[in-house]
Ligand binder design. Structure first.
Ligand SMILES: NC(=O)c1ccc[n+]([C@@H]2O[C@H](COP(=O)([O-])OP(=O)(O)OC[C@H]3O[C@@H](n4cnc5c(N)ncnc54)[C@H](O)[C@@H]3O)[C@@H](O)[C@H]2O)c1
Length: 250
């Protein structure tokens, strides 16, 4: 028996990187997965990977920055599967820009996905998670725990994820729902593969967040996610779990 046999998981960012790896891992361990992403093509690929391996997954093209879309996605998930046990808030936007080059549109887009989307999808899922005694796992970042030059809006949004996780955990502490965050460090995904730096960056300023060890893999984050979402982590609530090869320990 897999740890998630009979459980239903709703995972954002399912078309790529960590979200895809998390869908595969949870489905491998028996969950019925519904994946959300704005990228319909990538989502289809994830569904094919999961179902070809014998797992159960459906995808829904969803822009989580729109509250009505969050509500509709949760309703569709519960209509299809009758319950919701695990919410994985994985989708995120990230880029590097000098402060003076950031725009209002950029700020709103980043906060729309990283903060607002996470909050309103959680709001929609909450009654079902309470009914199931479920688990919420938010993907934060080492950027939510330290200051990174050229990443001010991203750091602000991930700092919000860190403290939103704690605030959710406090508000839900008398319910059976658990809320935690994983704070990955640099991880090999399309996000980092396509990362562009501003011209003439000062690498001295970036050194504190370049790290000393190799980048992690999405599968490592998926393994931690599966543990945190499982009953084995029953006493882990309101925690920010770093998986960053020591980036934030110094
Ligand atoms: N890769 C890293 O080094 C790293 C480190 C720390 C934290 N993170 C965080 O991990 C999470 C996953 O990142 P990843 O590296 O897998 O990136 P990724 O770019 O591979 O995947 C992110 C996914 O989010 C989706 N997305 C973007 N906007 C959306 C929207 N409006 N609605 C629905 N989906 C949307 C994208 O289409 C994409 O499929 C993000 O929250 C990211 O900030 C990444």
């Amino acid at each position: 028996m897999g740890r998630f046999e009979g459980k239903v998981a709703l995972i954002t960012g399912a078309a790529s990187g960590m979200g895809r790896a998390i869908c595969r891992r949870l489905a491998d361990e028996g969950a019925a997965v519904m994946g959300l992403d704005i990228d319909a093509g990538g989502l289809d690929e994830t569904v094919a990977l999961v179902t070809d391996a014998g797992g159960t997954m459906r995808g829904r093209r969803t822009d989580i920055s729109l509250v009505a879309e969050c509500d509709a996605a949760v309703a569709e998930c519960v209509d299809a599967h009758g319950r919701l046990d695990i919410l994985g808030n994985v989708a995120g936007l990230s880029w590097a820009r000098r402060m003076q080059d950031e725009t209002e549109e950029g700020w709103d887009a980043m906060f729309g996905v990283n903060v607002k989307g996470m909050f309103f999808l959680t709001r929609a899922a909450l009654p079902h998670l309470v009914a199931a005694g479920g688990s919420i796992v938010n993907i934060a970042s080492n950027a939510g725990l330290m200051g990174q030059a050229y990443c001010v809006p991203y750091c602000a949004s991930k700092g919000a994820v860190v403290n939103m996780t704690r605030a959710m955990a406090m508000e839900l502490i008398k319910t059976p729902v658990r809320v935690n965050a994983i704070a990955p460090g640099g991880t090999r995904t399309p996000m980092t593969e396509n990362f562009e730096l501003p011209d003439d960056v000062d690498f001295d300023l970036m050194r504190p967040y370049m790290g000393f060890r190799e980048m992690g893999t999405p599968e490592q984050i998926a393994a931690l996610f599966a543990f945190v979402a499982s009953d084995e982590a029953a006493n882990i609530h309101g925690s920010i779990l770093s998986a960053d090869s020591g980036l934030t320990c110094g």
